[in-house]
Design a protein around this ligand. Structure first.
Ligand code: DGL
Length: 286
């Protein structure tokens, strides 16, 4: 009797969606990879567009925002939560994993692992937001895998603003990319991690400025593999072979999220609901 109750509970938990959140649209590049790799799963995604960008926020702010959204997703409920934002992962992942019951996966470690496995000369560059660079999350993650690897970080303040606004090819963007990649290139890394949700969308430009000898790492595929491994380990894969669904919540404008989001996800966004900040504020006190 107890065994069958536990089995029923496991089966109903497996049918729940995977929760995901980001400061806005960027995490949709991570969701895209998960939709491809895990077609049978349901997903519930929160884009905190009202408080975008996270990359300029303090650790305390990012911990608070991440706690609020995790509490919301846990109440949905979700069987697993992915912090699909490098800045939020860098600032808040350990606190979230300590405080919540639901298993939580971040996006820094999968890219670090891929970079260490790829680098021949053990010189790894990281392009990321100011918050991610300041947290030291990448040097910690890479150092934990290979303490002899050199990590060269480059913060790119303002870069996400171009991409978020739909600009992936202007001269102003190219000038900004050139300015950020030049000091990194001068230190001659052989592998560079795109440690921000938006950067895979300007991959060709980054590749041109860094040079063809540099291997660019988009952690999204590695993240999707880690999500799959976590589901298998915990026997939480959704049963059956019917394609899963995906839905969205945004703290900002619903129509704008639907329109701009489709570009990041490269899939249509139909089910988008408003998630007012007041509702999130009521879940966790500052
Ligand atoms: N999602 C953020 C990250 O990956 C980039 C955008 C932002 O600054 O909010 O770090």
């Amino acid at each position: 009797m107890t065994v069958s109750l536990a089995h029923d509970q496991q089966t109903s938990t497996a049918a729940l969606p995977i929760g995901m959140f980001d400061s806005g649209m960027g995490g949709l590049t991570v969701l895209h990879e998960c939709l491809v790799q895990l077609p049978g799963e349901h997903f519930a995604y929160v884009g905190d567009t009202a408080r975008f960008p996270y990359g300029e926020k303090s650790r305390e702010q990012l911990e608070l925002y991440s706690r609020q959204i995790t509490a919301f997703l846990e109440a949905v409920p979700c069987k697993l939560i992915v912090v699909a934002c490098y800045s939020a992962t860098s600032a808040a992942l350990p606190a979230l994993q300590r405080e919540f019951r639901t298993p939580i996966i971040g996006v820094v470690m999968p890219g670090a692992r891929a970079a260490v496995a790829t680098s021949r000369y053990r010189k790894i560059g990281v392009l990321a937001t100011e918050a991610t660079v300041a947290s030291g999350a990448y040097p910690r993650a890479i150092g934990g895998l290979d303490s002899g690897a050199e990590v060269i970080q480059q913060a790119c303040p303002g870069l996400v603003d171009f991409i978020e606004a739909g600009d992936v090819a202007s001269q102003a963007l190219a000038d900004a990319v050139s300015g950020f990649t030049e000091p990194l290139k001068a230190r001659r890394p052989d592998v560079v991690i795109m440690g921000c949700t938006h950067y895979p969308l300007i991959r060709p430009m980054l590749q041109r400025f860094l040079g063809r000898d540099v291997t660019l790492i988009n952690p999204a595929a590695e993240i999707a593999r880690e999500v799959e491994a976590a589901l298998v380990r915990q026997e939480l894969e959704r049963p059956g072979d019917v394609m899963g669904s995906y839905r969205f919540y945004t703290t900002g404008d619903v129509d704008r999220f639907r329109e701009t989001g489709a570009r990041f996800l490269q899939m249509p966004l139909t089910r988008v609901r408003a998630l007012p900040l007041e509702r999130l504020g009521g879940l966790v006190a500052p």
